[in-house]
Design a protein around this ligand. Structure first.
Ligand code: XMP
Length: 319
């Protein structure tokens, strides 16, 4: 008889068996996956766990403060807030190829973890919230030839030179199971219900070159969009919603003046596990109101489009 509470006990024991008295550092992204992984590890090894939250400068508005606050205050975890924006944004300067972006970010993540791991005496494991779909999708695409669609920076063995072993307690689980496990572990509903957020963050929602200016605009537009979705009571019906800022400026008119600003695309999908997805059928009223709010409230955007591509053939993220 399979229950989540039995699974929790089993996982806790497995982690204890694997890790023993060793110290573990956990890659805390603030998403449901790494949050649940951290909570599970905390239960298994308590103070031997240190979480590292990397601020790569590609996070949503207020994300870093919310996540670090929640884990320190609510869950009493050891959390290091690694402020590495300059490192990541510097290395990404001038880069527009999606796979190159992913690879740069993935490599820097490993470098940054190495740096913090070196500061924690006796740390010999790195924990990650890798899920089953991450594991299989990075290897092959359902039904097709074995082809890499996207390099997920949180998948795969870490380089030997890191000298860290990997703990991935969620490797067998799908998203809905991770959420159930999180509830079982007592994580707040507001955290459990959060939409997924990809490791490379806003980098893959900013096709073309990434600049601080574009990121700033994207953050503001995204915050308005999510606010709209919450206000209309739609957040929990949607698997994931976000704004992508497009690498194109278009002409508009506002008041008596001409504008020449960025266009953006709204994305919202329903999905069960992220492997396939349908676009969310917003009402035209909702879309119109949201477009008006974004253009009025976000300087730098003068055109809003809605992405109606399903997955496949599209992917959820733009890169
Ligand atoms: P795609 O865009 O491939 O995304 O349809 C499927 C789901 O995976 C998330 N995603 C990522 N998650 N690291 C992650 O942790 C990544 O590199 C990554 N890329 C995509 C995406 O947000 C969606 O939920």
């Amino acid at each position: 008889d399979w229950t989540m509470s039995a699974y929790r006990e089993e996982m806790v024991q497995k982690i204890k068996d694997q890790v023993g008295d060793a110290k573990v550092i956990c890659a805390l992204s603030g998403g449901v996956d790494s949050s649940v992984a951290a909570a599970l590890l905390n239960e298994a090894i308590g103070d031997n766990l240190t979480c590292v939250f990397v601020d790569h400068g590609l996070l949503r508005l207020n994300e870093a403060d919310e996540v670090v606050g929640m884990f320190r205050d609510h869950m009493n975890l050891n959390v290091i807030h690694a402020k590495e924006q300059d490192l990541f944004l510097g290395e990404l300067e001038g880069v527009s190829d999606p796979e190159t972006k992913r690879k740069i970010i993935g490599k820097l993540f490993i470098d940054v973890f190495q740096k913090y791991a070196d500061q924690i005496e006796g740390a010999s494991f790195l924990a990650q919230g890798t899920l089953y779909p991450d594991v299989i999708e990075s290897v092959s695409f359902s039904g097709g030839p074995s082809v890499t669609i996207k390099s997920h920076h949180n998948v795969g063995g870490l380089p030997e030179k890191m000298g860290l072993k990997l703990v991935e307690p969620l490797r067998e689980l799908f998203k809905d199971e991770v959420r159930a496990l999180g509830r079982e572990l007592g994580l707040p509903d507001s955290f459990i219900g959060r939409h997924p957020f990809p490791g490379p963050g806003l980098a893959i929602r900013c096709p073309g070159e990434i600049t601080r200016e574009k990121l700033e605009i994207l953050r503001k537009a995204d915050a308005v969009y999510i606010d709209q979705i919450r206000k209309h009571g739609l957040y929990d019906e949607i698997w994931q919603a976000f704004v992508a800022i497009l690498p194109v400026k278009t002409v508009g008119v506002m008041g008596d003046g001409r504008t020449y600003d960025y266009a953006c695309a709204l994305r919202a999908v329903t999905s069960v596990d992220g492997m396939t997805a349908d676009y969310y059928p917003f009402s035209h009223d909702f879309l119109g109101e949201t477009a008006t709010r974004i253009i009025n409230e976000v300087k730098g955007i003068n055109r809003v489009t809605y992405d109606i591509t399903s997955k496949p053939p599209g992917t959820i993220e733009w890169e």
